[in-house]
Every structure is written in structure tokens, then in C-alpha cells.
Ligand binder design. Structure first.
Ligand SMILES: N=C(N)NCCCC(=O)O
Ligand SMILES: [Zn+2]
Ligand SMILES: [Zn+2]
Length: 322
């Protein structure tokens, strides 16, 4: 969309019931229907990097299904994200499930192509392995980026069974590759048992700060968001959200659940508190619908992607108005 075209929004739910027709994210047009987008929502059906329960390859489509109920106006951010900018569903990146190295390359190349059109990416995973190629691509465009990583887990481990590309290792690889701005890296929602204390020492050496799920409970979402915002400043920011950052009560449909997590309300409120950050792209990963009930997890993930999309759309509209 150029500056003065009106974005094409979702299917009108007062004319076509929201449960009818194919499920694109938020019932938005497909990318090939609008030509180009300011925000491209893409699925990455890949889960060959998991260490425990598989099934996140089905996450993107589960989120799309759950997102049928999203409405066009977001009161929490006082914005109509799909009117402010062209948001479109770019479909899935087809990746090889039998060759992780090839899959990682395919994801990076597809992200390069989409970012090359000027779009920001809202990626629906897939397991957390996919954050590495996405960050590589984003860093090619913006240089090393600030990272907010919402997750029960650190995902800065070194290898599993000798494998360097897994869902527990993307952020160590990213630090090694110099694609993250090590002055502005935070995990949010961290909790649960580790392999040893060294995990934390290593993680700190890489430059990460940690806001545990207990910190969020004690200090509240607003204070946490303020602190994160200060650390990030106006750096280009990537937000990676592993849905297992939520308590299993709020997100049972995931592969490596850990008790004692934040609520979906806390996650959404922290994100809203980051609305002024320069969000260049984001992902929501690790939704595994086979373990879900009543779409609890995919509803939470769809609202999470909606808040992230709203932040990006508002910034695109503001930049255009200048
Ligand atoms: N990224 C996610 N969801 N989990 C990583 C867990 C790695 C482990 O099994 O220790
Ligand atoms: Zn996790
Ligand atoms: Zn993760």
C-alpha cells in the first residue's frame, strides 16, 4: 500500500459470519490479493527442533482459526490496526521437516524477501528454532536489534544431542552471530527448573536481563513494561513470544509447559505498555494445538499477535503522517 491508498481490511462479520470461509489471520486479505503489505502475517509450520512434545507445526493455522473472532477496533491501544496500515496474510513458508539446516535457510530467505518489500513481519510459529533465521533476516535490514523474549525458558542453551539448531538454542546462536544488540536483551516470564546454575551465568554473560514470572506477579505489568521500555529506548526492537511464557492454565497447548507462569492478561498488558517502542518485527511460537482445550492457547496467541500487529500498524501510520 502506498501512503494514500485505503488498506483493505478484514471480511465484514456483519455480512459473512465469522466462522464462514477460509481462515486467514483476523479474516484479513491474503497478501497476493493486495499486492504488498505494511505488516505481513506469515505462518511457519515447522517443529523439527523440539526437545519434548511435537505439534507446533500446526500452531499457525490454529492461531488463524482462533483469530476469526478478533474485531477491527482495539480499545486498549485506541486504534484500528487494519485501517491504519495494510496488514495481510502471507500464508505459510513451506519448509523441509526432515532437514533443519535447510529449513532454517528457507525461513531466512523467505523473510528476506518479505522484509525487502518494506513489510514488517508478524510470524506465527512453529517451534522456537525459527526465531534464529527471522532474527538473521531482520538484522540484515536493521543491524543488531534489541530483543524481548517472552518465554518460560532461556533458549540460550548450547546444543541438544550435538545439534546447534533447536528450539532451546536460537538466542545463543543469535548472540554468537552478533545479530542482537547486547545492550538491550531481556527474557520475560522465565521460570522452572534448569540444567544447572551455569545456565544462568552463561545467559548473563551473553547480555540478557531476566524478568521472572514471579517478578511480574510481585511488581505488576506496568512497572515491568516501564523498565523494559527504558532499557530498549528507541532501538529497533524484535519481540519473540513463546506462548509457554503463559501459565499452562492459560496456554496448555504447548510442547514444554512449566507451572507458575504469567496470565494472558499480564502478557497483553506488558505488550500494550511497549506500544511506543520501535517494533520492527515479531513472532508468536510454540502453539501446539493437539494439547489445547477449547482453543485456550490459540485464542491467547491470536490476541497476542493482535496487540503486536496494532503496535506495528500505529507506528507505520505515525511515520506516514510525519
Ligand atoms: N523453546 C521452548 N519452548 N523450550 C525449550 C526447552 C528446551 C529443553 O527441553 O530444555
Ligand atoms: Zn519456552
Ligand atoms: Zn522458547
Amino acid at each position: 500500500m502506498s501512503g494514500n491508498e485505503t488498506p483493505r481490511g478484514p471480511v465484514d462479520s456483519s455480512r459473512v459470519p465469522r466462522y464462514a470461509g477460509p481462515a486467514t489471520f483476523a479474516r484479513l486479505p491474503r497478501l497476493d490479493e493486495v499486492g504488498r503489505a505494511d505488516v505481513a502475517v506469515v505462518g511457519v509450520p515447522f517443529d523439527s527442533g523440539v526437545s519434548y512434545r511435537p505439534g507446533a507445526r500446526f500452531g499457525g493455522n490454529a492461531i488463524r482459526e482462533a483469530s476469526r473472532l478478533l474485531r477491527p477496533y482495539n480499545p486498549a491501544q485506541d486504534a484500528s490496526p487494519f485501517a491504519l496500515a495494510q496488514v495481510a496474510d502471507g500464508g505459510d513458508i513451506a519448509v523441509n521437516p526432515f532437514n533443519i539446516h535447510e529449513a532454517v535457510e528457507t525461513i531466512e530467505a523467505a523473510a528476506d524477501e518479505l522484509l525487502g518489500t518494506g513489510a514488517r513481519l508478524m510470524t506465527l510459529g512453529g517451534d522456537h528454532t525459527i526465531a534464529l533465521p527471522l532474527l538473521r533476516s531482520v538484522a540484515k535490514k536493521h543491524g543488531p536489534v534489541a530483543l524481548l523474549h517472552f518465554d518460560a525458558h532461556l533458549d540460550t542453551w548450547d546444543t541438544y544431542f550435538g545439534a546447534e539448531y533447536t528450539h532451546g538454542t536460537p538466542f545463543r546462536r543469535a548472540v554468537e552471530e552478533g545479530i542482537l544488540d547486547t545492550e538491550a536483551l531481556s527474557h520475560v516470564g522465565t521460570r522452572g527448573p534448569l540444567y544447572g546454575k551455569q545456565d544462568l551465568t552463561d545467559d548473563e554473560k551473553m547480555g540478557f536481563g531476566i524478568v521472572t514470572s514471579a517478578d511480574i506477579y510481585r511488581r505488576g505489568a506496568d512497572e515491568v513494561a516501564d523498565q523494559l521500555r527504558q532499557r530498549i529506548g528507541d532501538r529497533p526492537l524484535y519481540i519473540s513470544i513463546d506462548i509457554d511464557c503463559l501459565d499452562p492454565a492459560h496456554a496448555p497447548g504447548t510442547g514444554t509447559p512449566e507451572a507458575g507462569g504469567m496470565t494472558s492478561r499480564e502478557l497483553l498488558e506488558i505488550l500494550r505498555g511497549l506500544a511506543s517502542c520501535n517494533l520492527v518485527s515479531a513472532d508468536v511460537v510454540e502453539v501446539a494445538p493437539a494439547y489445547d482445550h477449547a482453543e485456550i492457547t490459540s485464542v491467547a496467541a491470536s490476541h497476542t499477535a493482535y496487540e503486536l500487529t496494532t503496535i506495528m500498524s500505529r507506528q507505520i501510520a505515525e511515520a506516514r503522517a510525519k
